[in-house]
Design a protein around this ligand. Structure first.
Ligand code: ACM
Length: 685
């Protein structure tokens, strides 16, 4: 009975608050001082030694060679995190003593302006008597400090770091996260906590999508109407942008700004309609999608404007790359403008793609003059494009490979779109250099890396953390770790640990769900809703857009905004059913039974809360479905336990019920339907 009760508590916590896998990793850490690898990303080389380095109040960290303010600050941040994690009162600044517990030997500073070739490698040796971190630059040292923090384990009485020897270096040089701050503005604090998360998982590029049809988000003093008329008052001042650049640099992260032109640029034309290819007037577009408004590439005045603007921005953003978008220009305004048509004929241009290439060709020397390489989405990859351009592939892998074959550098984002609401496991298996690719080593060297993309249509400052994290940590591992590190189960095991570490940095990807549920339900007593929410996730981008007809003005305050993409139940349930059916886990049956009982018990209470709330009403059918799914699971377990085939027709009815639950309702979808199908099919036999 006792065993059953503790399992019930365990399973109740399972999908509602945390995860089975987190619990398992922590349990093993509590009962053993053996090394439990929760590193994310996995280092290139790791060998486990015997013993542990105990963490005590006398823990100190010191540099014994080069150090500068950036490195000292990074060490101080690490020490604060270590104290927060362990509760040990330790010295929070670097020590002057060479006999420090953690000795940090750094050869020199990182580059004055971090480049794609920055040396981020480090080695970390931990023995029972001390730890030694070595790096060529302070950026490499920062990567090693993050690893050191991830190594911390505990038993029931103490904290310690297992003895290990690590030599680490990234597989790809460009490991980014793009955030679209045009469609929904994200305050400085959100950007800073995101940068903290990026540093924790060793990402090194923050790609800042600062302008689009829905808003111009950075102050220009040369062209003040860009934000005065094109931003609804939500924009970053130049001082704030500099502050973000400095904050990122302090963490070894480059900031690549994007000003999307010639399409996706309607917000520019509100204040400066003369830039567009049709007279206007223009407003900020609350409507998403591909709009007609497009910059006029035939006017010299356009390039004069861009020269001044890019010159101004180049002073704020020191990175050698600047992103100029180039995506989704539908060419409509160009086709409808007689002057532009005449220009195209005169220059022997047959398509609007030709004209866009002309535009990029004019842009290239302007960027060069201001010390910038061009980055653009893969639409810019057309004959005649300068080899200096970097192609960011979002429509598929093919354009990336094709451009690498022609000698262009490239970055992969197809497969890393966070707004599609795919699982971490799906993103994880997308590789910028697939094992079956046909690129020569020289062509492979053109693939700089990849970027996760957080488009802003459907995120708010409250929900953005859960859309970015923890899935981005899986992408970060793909971009840092050796290609051979590709076990999805093991990735998830470590991801749920990293998820907690990320939240401890101040990110809200877990906590926001409860906050939002309490607000939606108007009560603090949300336990039944939490159980339902634990097996729900948002519908994907397209479905939400279609079902809700979202615009920039649509409030992001529904159940869909509360629930998390790829919650622990998605992979956890798959593993549990798989282990149960394969007989791999003697406890799997009782764990499943307990989960199903929780669903059955929670359903009616969740339904009562939902029918009483205007914002939860439309998802209320999900509560009855939760009961039906729980009942289905219980019945399947019973047949399987008794080794008797289910009665004729049972499986069909139950599979139909699961199909029903697959239908759209309330903008949320169940995470557990596939493993339930497996269970029903197994019970049928
Ligand atoms: C894009 O998704 N249009 C780059």
């Amino acid at each position: 009975m006792l065993r059953r009760t503790s399992l019930a508590l365990f399973a109740g916590a399972l999908f509602a608050t945390g995860s089975l896998l987190t619990a398992m990793a922590q349990t093993s850490a509590q009962t053993s001082t053996a090394f439990v690898n929760t590193l994310m990303p996995e280092p290139a080389h790791l060998s486990v030694q015997s013993g542990v380095l105990p963490l005590t109040t006398s823990f100190t960290a010191a540099t014994d060679s080069f150090h500068d303010q950036r490195l000292d600050d990074a060490i101080a941040r690490m020490l604060t995190q270590l104290e927060n994690h362990t509760g040990l009162q330790i010295a929070l600044t670097p020590s002057a003593s060479k006999s420090a517990t953690l000795l940090i030997t750094v050869d020199g500073p990182g580059e004055a302006v971090q480049s794609v070739d920055e040396d981020e490698s480090y080695s970390l040796d931990v023995t029972p008597t001390g730890a030694h971190l070595k790096a060529a630059t302070d950026v490499g040292a920062m990567r090693g400090l993050e690893t050191f923090l991830q190594l911390v384990q505990n038993d029931s009485t103490s904290y310690f770091v297992p003895a290990v020897s690590i030599q680490d270096t990234p597989r790809f040089r460009w490991r980014g996260l793009m955030i679209d701050c045009s469609r929904h503005f994200e305050p400085v604090d959100v950007i800073k906590r995101t940068l903290d998360g990026m540093a924790a998982v060793k990402l090194n590029v923050f790609h800042w999508h600062l302008s689009d049809d829905q808003g111009f988000r950075i102050q220009s003093k040369v062209f003040p109407k860009l934000t005065e008329m094109g931003s609804n008052g939500e924009f970053y001042t130049q001082d704030q942008a500099r502050e973000i650049v400095a904050y990122a640099r302090a963490r070894g992260i480059r900031v690549v700004p994007e000003f999307d032109i010639p399409g996706h640029a309607q917000a520019w034309y509100v204040g400066y309609p003369q830039l567009a290819s049709a007279p206007g007037p223009y407003t900020i577009s609350p409507v998403f999608g591909v709009l007609d408004a497009t910059m006029d590439p035939t006017q010299k005045s356009t390039y004069k404007f861009l020269d001044k603007f890019i010159g101004e921005m180049a002073k704020i953003f020191p990175d050698p790359y600047m992103h100029v978008g180039g995506d989704e220009n539908n060419g409509v305004q160009w086709k409808n403008n007689p002057h532009i048509q005449e220009f195209m004929q005169k220059h022997n241009m047959h398509t609007t793609a030709d004209l866009q290439t002309y535009f990029e060709q004019q842009l290239m020397p302007i960027l060069k003059k201001h010390g910038k390489h061009m980055v653009g989405w893969d639409e810019i990859f057309e004959p005649g494009l300068s080899k200096d351009a970097v192609i960011q592939s979002w429509r598929g892998f093919d354009s990336l490979a094709a451009s690498a074959k022609q000698g262009y550098d490239g970055i992969l984002s197809a497969g890393y779109y966070l707004d599609h609401i795919d699982s971490a496991g799906q993103h994880y298996l997308v590789d910028p250099l697939p094992a079956n690719g046909d690129l020569t080593p020289e062509q492979q060297a053109h693939i700089l890396g990849g970027e996760a993309c957080m488009w802003g249509e459907h995120v708010s400052p409250r929900s953005i953390d859960s859309r970015i994290w923890p899935r981005t940590a899986a992408i970060a591992e793909r971009l840092w770790s050796p290609q051979s590190v590709n076990n999805v189960d093991d990735m998830y095991r470590r991801l749920w640990v990293e998820n907690l570490r990320l939240e401890a940095l101040g990110l809200t990807q877990i906590s926001n769900q409860d906050v939002a549920l309490r607000q939606l339900a108007g009560t603090g007593a949300i336990q039944p809703l939490r159980i339902l929410a634990s097996v729900l996730q948002p519908v994907g981008f397209d479905q939400r857009y279609k079902l809700q007809h979202t615009t920039q003005l649509t409030p992001m305050d529904h159940l869909i905004d509360a629930v998390r993409p790829d919650p622990p139940s998605l992979h956890g349930m798959q593993v549990l059913v798989r282990d149960y059916l394969a007989g791999n886990d003697p406890q799997a049956g009782i764990k499943l039974e307990t989960i199903f009982q929780h669903w059955i018990a929670a359903g009616p209470q969740a339904q009562a809360l939902m029918t009483a709330s205007p914002l939860l009403n439309d998802a209320a059918p999900r509560a009855q479905q939760l009961v039906d799914l729980g009942t289905t699971g219980e019945e399947a377990l019973n047949y399987l336990a008794k080794h008797e085939a289910a009665p004729a027709g049972w499986a069909q009815t139950r599979l139909e019920l699961i199909d029903q639950a697959q239908q759209p309702a309330g903008l949320v979808r169940f995470t557990v339907l596939d493993p339930l199908r497996d269970l029903v099919k197994a019970a049928q036999q």
